[in-house]
Design a protein around this ligand. Structure first.
Ligand SMILES: Cc1ncc(COP(=O)(O)O)c(C=O)c1O
Length: 412
């Protein structure tokens, strides 16, 4: 097990100032454990929740009635095919969660110790852990300040002869500027694996996330735009990569004879029960994406003009899916810090989350990236929070949340 050297906030120097205060809404989060009693559930507006309004139960019942509940069965194939087609990719390889989707995709590259993989420092830790599981070395870049995505110019500066892969992460559902990244990668013969865990349906110049790199990893965790409870998928057009991933996912069983293994494989399988839910969710994905875009528009209209609140921007080449609707809070201009605003929102039963803490600030990676600074990611970490963002969020709820933010501003 990799473990952090004991690291205190004091030892982090001025970097400690960007780390969010002890969470004011941890208690609140526990109250949001799903209850199907609508009155109880709505005492708190959760930051996210699944929307299960389609064929989920029907398909699960079919899986149970036909006795196919483990990791073989037609729902797995149907879910793989339908989600890959939705993304515009040829193959889908379903697996246990988004973290192992990323690990499996990287494992197919045969990464070795000493190989380097370029990842953004501003991401969720699973992105970089997947590199670490392969024994390779993560190399960090900052994000650009406009859309909060991986800074492609910095990627160019970090390429070395050891660079084997680049991992653009479509943060919060906005795509990375992929054309210059792919051009750069192709020039150097480097594989690009999108981390699309947060970006189901996001579009870059009319093409969907999951079809933009050499391969992509998705998450279907309960807070994602579509969910299977736990789950993940690789999408790719590369037949060899897909074949290897299917094989490695399943202990690398050999087709020649039973219990004959040529690779160290994994058990990263998804069950037919999960895939039954997944297939029902894909059927509703267009509807969920439309709801999130509409909700983001409502949020941005209502937050417009509040001093010190920055709402998310969308590049003209992008269609964001707003997995999370994030804002930045400038303490000086707004009059309260991000954490103070969070506390006010929590008092009103509104659950929020702070933005990611960058990888170079994590205790477990502190020594690996000691002394490195990434100012955009640090600013996002200090000032960013995301508001309730579920596909099922109502206009009343958006009005309530934005009303609380407006009223809490001492300057209005
Ligand atoms: C960017 C990113 N990558 C990877 C993951 C990992 O997905 P999972 O939680 O399904 O393992 C997440 C999950 O939240 C994520 O946000």
């Amino acid at each position: 097990m990799l473990k952090a050297a004991e690291l205190t906030l004091e030892e982090m120097g001025d970097l400690a100032e960007i780390i969010p205060a002890a969470d004011p809404v941890v208690r609140l989060s526990y109250q949001t454990i799903p209850s199907f009693d609508h009155r109880v559930r709505r005492t708190v507006i959760p930051v996210c929740e699944p929307t299960l309004g389609g064929n989920e139960l029907k398909y699960i019942q079919q899986a149970v009635e036909t006795n196919w509940i483990s990791s073989a069965g037609s729902f797995i194939r149907d879910f793989e095919a339908s989600f890959a087609a939705y993304c515009g990719a040829r193959y889908g390889i379903a697996c246990a969660n988004g973290t192992v989707a990323m690990h499996l995709a990287m494992a197919t590259l045969g990464l070795e110790p000493g190989d380097e993989v370029i990842v953004p420092t501003f991401t969720m830790i699973a992105t970089i852990n997947a590199v670490t599981y392969c024994g390779a070395t993560p190399v960090l870049v900052d994000c650009e300040p406009d859309y909060w995505q991986m800074d492609v110019e910095q990627v160019a500066a970090k390429i070395t002869p050891r660079t084997k892969a680049i991992v653009p992460v479509h943060i919060y559902g906005h795509p990375v500027d992929m054309d210059p990244l792919m051009e750069l990668a192709q020039r150097h013969g480097i594989t690009v694996i999108e981390d699309a865990a947060e970006a189901h349906g996001a579009e870059y110049k009319g093409r969907r996330a999951g079809s933009l790199g050499d391969a992509a990893g998705f998450s279907f965790y309960g807070n994602k735009i579509i969910t299977t409870g736990e789950g993940g998928m690789i999408t790719t057009d590369n037949r060899e990569l897909a074949r290897l991933a299917w094989n490695l996912r399943d202990h690398a069983f050999s087709s020649e004879r039973h219990f004959w293994h040529k690779y160290v494989g994994f058990n990263y399988r998804m069950t037919n029960l999960q895939a039954a839910v997944g297939l029902a969710q894909v059927e509703q994905l267009d509807k969920f994406v439309a709801a999130r875009r509409a909700n983001a528009g409502e949020y941005s209209c209502r937050l417009y003009g509040i001093p010190g609140i920055t709402t998310p921007r969308q590049a003209e080449w992008a269609k964001n899916v707003f997995w999370m609707y994030g804002i930045l809070v400038d303490k000086q201009a707004y009059g309260l810090s991000r954490d103070e605003l969070r506390a006010v929102l929590a008092e009103n039963g509104i659950e929020t989350r702070t933005f990611f803490i960058p990888m170079h600030c994590q205790p477990v990676y502190w020594n690996a990236f000691k002394g490195q600074r990434y100012p955009v990611a640090e600013r996002l970490c200090r000032d960013g929070l995301y508001l309730p963002s579920a596909s099922s969020l109502t206009l009343d709820e958006i009005e309530f949340v934005t009303g609380v933010i407006r009223e809490a501003c001492p300057h209005l």
